[in-house]
Design a protein around this ligand. Structure first.
Ligand SMILES: [Zn+2]
Length: 258
C-alpha cells in the first residue's frame, strides 16, 4: 500500500492541477490513497503579490469535499487555512465535523500566506486542531515565513499538536530540518522534493516512524511520480520492510488517524 501524504488540486497563478490529472496519475503509478489540499488557498503569489481576487476559504475547501465524493476510497483532504485574508471562523468546526470523512488535518502555507507558523493569527486554529485531533501540515523552505526553525519552535510551543514539516526545508541542504525532526517528538518530516540521498538520511537519523512519503503530485505534470523513482528504488533496496511500510503508509495512517 502507498499513501501520498502531500498532493494538490487547483488552478491559481502559475499552477494548473486538474482533479482528473491527480486521479489519473494515482492510477498510473499505483498510489492507493492521496491526502489532497487545494492550492487555490494561496493568498500571495510567487512574486509576493496579494492575489486578486481571492477565492474564499470555504470555496477552496469545498472543492476537496467534492473531489472526495467523486473518489471516496482514494482521497482524504486537508483543510487549507487562509490566515492573511480571513479571520478565524468558529463555524468551521461544525463544517469539519460534518465533513469528517473528508478532512483529516489542516494545511498552512507560510510563504503563500505571508504568515509564520508562530503567528498569533493561527492560535485559534491550533486550539481547534487539538480539539479535533488534527495534525498541522506546514510548508517549509528558506524564506522568512517558512524556515524550518520557525516550525521547530512552533512544535516546541504546542506540544499537544502534531506538525508535519513538508519538504524538510525546501531550498536548504535539509540538514537543519532533519535535526529538528529528530529531536522534537511531535514533529514529522516529509519527502516532497527532498533528494533520495537526503530522504534516506532523514529516515536513518530520525527513525522510520518520523518520515512520511509525499510528492506534491501532480504539480510537475501527470508524471510527477516519475521524479520519485530513485527515492523509491533506494528505499526499497536499503530499508527493511517495516521501515519501508512506515514511510509509505503506516505513518500516514497514524498521523492522520485514518
Ligand atoms: Zn505542496
Amino acid at each position: 500500500m502507498i499513501i501520498d501524504s502531500h498532493t494538490h488540486i487547483g488552478s491559481i497563478s502559475q499552477f494548473h492541477l486538474p482533479e482528473q490529472m491527480l486521479l489519473d496519475s494515482m492510477e498510473k503509478y499505483s498510489i492507493d490513497l492521496a491526502i489532497v489540499s487545494n492550492l487555490e488557498g494561496n493568498e500571495f503569489d510567487s512574486e509576493r503579490k496579494l492575489i486578486d481576487p481571492q477565492i474564499s476559504q470555504f470555496n477552496v475547501n469545498e472543492k476537496v469535499v467534492r473531489l472526495r465524493n467523486r473518489s471516496i476510497d482514494r482521497i482524504k483532504g486537508l483543510y487549507w487555512i487562509k490566515p492573511h485574508t480571513e479571520d478565524f471562523d468558529s463555524s468551521v468546526e461544525e463544517y469539519l465535523i460534518k465533513n469528517k470523512d473528508t478532512f483529516c488535518g489542516f494545511k498552512i502555507h507560510p510563504f503563500h500566506s505571508h504568515c509564520s507558523p508562530l503567528d498569533d493569527r493561527l492560535f485559534p486554529w491550533y486550539i481547534l486542531a487539538e480539539k479535533l485531533n488534527f495534525p498541522i501540515v506546514v510548508h517549509s523552505s528558506d524564506d522568512e515565513y517558512s524556515h524550518p526553525e520557525l516550525l521547530f519552535r512552533t512544535a516546541q510551543k504546542y506540544t499537544n499538536l502534531t506538525f508535519v514539516m513538508v519538504h524538510l526545508g525546501l531550498g536548504t541542504d535539509n540538514m537543519d530540518a532533519i535535526e529538528y525532526v529528530k529531536i522534537q517528538d511531535n514533529l514529522i518530516g516529509e519527502t516532497t522534493w527532498v533528494n533520495a540521498d537526503n530522504a534516506f538520511k532523514a529516515v536513518k537519523v530520525c527513525g522510520s516512524r518520523k518520515i512520511m512519503f509525499g510528492t506534491d503530485a501532480p504539480i510537475a505534470g501527470p508524471d510527477t511520480y516519475a521524479e520519485y523513482f530513485e527515492l523509491m528504488r533506494r528505499f526499497k533496496l536499503c530499508l527493511t520492510t517495516e521501515e519501508f511500510d512506515n514511510v509509505f503508509y503506516r505513518n500516514a495512517l497514524r498521523v492522520f488517524s485514518l
